[in-house]
Design a binder for this molecule. Sequence first.
Ligand SMILES: Nc1ncnc2c1ncn2[C@@H]1O[C@H](COP(=O)(O)OP(=O)(O)OP(=O)(O)O)[C@@H](O)[C@H]1O
Length: 760
Amino acid sequence: MDESEQQTVRTEAQVAREIAREQEYADRLYERVDELIAQVERNLDQIQGSQQASTHQNRSERDAFMALYEDRLALLRSVSRSVVFGRLDMDDAARHYIGRIGLFTPEREQLLVDWRAPAASAFYRATSTERLGVRLRRHLINRGRTVVGLEDDVLDQSMLEGGAEDVVLQGEGALLAAVSGTRTGRMGDIVATIQAEQDRIIRSENRGVLVVQGGPGTGKTAVALHRAAYLLYTHRRRLEHTGVLIMAPTPGFLRYIERVLPSLGESGVVMMTPGEMFPGVTTFAHDEDDVARVKGDIAMADLLAKAVKLRQVVPEKDVRLRIDGTDLVLTRDMVRSARREARATHRPHNAARTVFVRAAMDRLVDAYERALKAEGRTVVPEDRPDLLSDLRHDPEVRRQLNLAWLPYTPQGFLRILLSRPDRLRAAAPRALADRVSLLVRPKDAEWTVEDVPLLDEIAELLGEDSAPAEAKAKDDAERRRADVEYARKVIENIDTSGIVRAEDLADQVSRIRDGRTLAERASSERSWTYGHVVVDEAQEHSPMSWRALMRRAPTKSFTVVGDVAQTSSAGGTDSWTAALSPYVQDRLEVEHLTVNYRTPARIMDRAVAMAQAHSLPVTAVSSVREGDEDPLLERTEPGQLTARIAAAVRAVHARIPGRIAVIAAAERLEDLAAALRADGDLPRIGTGSAGVDDEIAVMTAQDAKGLEFDTVVIVEPAELIDAHGAGDLYVAMSRSTQHLGVVHARELPAGMAPEGADGA
Ligand SMILES: Nc1ncnc2c1ncn2[C@@H]1O[C@H](COP(=O)(O)OP(=O)(O)OP(=O)(O)O)[C@@H](O)[C@H]1O
């Protein structure tokens, strides 16, 4: 808003009159939503009633219709309490209302524009210097279906010259109201107040890797999710079948964001954490930092490639065999030349094994023939198949060929490799030679998140038989054509409301035939490729992890959001170019977000001072709110720390409404949770990132990553730095939306105390 021009505040009566006008329009929209809800409910009843004597085909068609109507119903119900939030008055006198979905009259006259439609873009982007044809932008502030306030941005100043009775000028109420409320533990959508710098990213036409770098609370997660919703809307046909993958750091974080996309009407999204990326393995455990660093090192790709190659073995000596009473020798040369032939195909290990076995058998049959002839037996070419069969069924031949080239599963291969120091050493490139022993562990050790990219890499090296998958893809494509055709006919007979499209119905039919949702199919197939991948908290991914992620979207269509100053994982990155340019070279675009919508300036300034004192690569941010309180620092004796925290939490719980996170080093969590639970006046105490469900939770800074709380209490900040570096303390300090308390017995880390104080 152009502040100098927007001083006038209208009389209450004028405002009330405008609100009443907007309410009238909003009522009309809700009436239409209610009509649509009733219509979908009627359609559902009708279909349910028509189920007798149905054939299998009719049943799956009915189920498909029902599922679609149910989805549609869920969307309509979710917007039925808040469908409209903005209005645009254009130069050509057109007026558009902007809302969560598009709405039309039965005669197809547009009542409401979906926030993602091109016509809505100006709502977020127009400024007084670049008006984009907009004269007036109005925010409607609602409580449920009731319009309770208005806020106008007059972009065409000539509107004010004539008095403009119907213009209501007020401050930045909509945004401030949106960011100041107490937190619920679940992120909500921001469609009503998306800011111009965010909108540019959400609607970016970039088809390659778009990196969104920004300090804490700048809306990176919100922007990434709204971009996913925007892409699904704009490129629906392309993305609906492949899906969009959202990769987020922890299950608690997934829970925190899980409602955003459904509230925007999008369900074709697969969400997972890095420990779930490899089908068949689910892990949330992490390796120690030094091990994680080695596993994430790009040189692991060479180590694994060599380790696989070293499993293609020429025996130390020639092997004597006795087949059906005849002696023959499997020579080292035979194995070596069969291996050469197999390797020359450049196929992965398991696929090339077939070539190896065939080549070795060819050579053995020749030797067998020669041995039989040497015994004076007559051998004719027609005998060859029988000789081959003798050899194939001989257990010793089988054993020797297996020893030379054993088929592996990725899990089996990695388990053995990590339990064999000799094999690790033999495969290690120079870059890893002196650290490779850190990887050794028992064969039955639990999987860790850092193992997952290694499994993915090994799966590539071992290879899968791609023929069945290709045949299936061809089959699916043909089937889909038939389904769409059929769905068109069905729709002509059953539904003329335009609520269901043939393509959607066809999808639903095939989903039901397959019995699995897109999310289930995508997450169970390692080779599934997504149309777009969103990576949140992306600074935590190691180079090996990026290799695995890149395989998930061969088109390299990515939205990568993160903050290189908040890196805490050992293998993570402090440079986007270093992490990503190996895969995309010049198709990498970095956008910056600069406004913090979460943390008030009085807290954020202190977090930034601490980060700078520790040389973190912080990006400049300005907070939308100044805040009411400075951070509260309290020094105590080491033995008193837990008791002081309990007292601090009790005090803050009584004083400030909303959610509280107590952030501490991992080894303190149990004691702290026990001390808080012993206090009968406090509500349930959660632990770890799953604590987003509780009003008060005790967690590490890593658990808190990406989340936010009304109040944060940090326990012994120096310990957070000891555990994972200053990035973790920066994360912890920037989680709060209102109040930050710090209780410490050791010296405060540099930069944390207010200027002029010395950390006491
Ligand atoms: N335009 C906006 N209007 C209203 N609220 C917003 C807007 N942008 C961001 N927010 C709110 O600000 C808070 C921080 O957003 P978000 O979690 O996306 O930030 P982030 O950059 O991912 O933070 P971090 O790096 O610290 O995890 C959230 O509550 C979000 O809903």
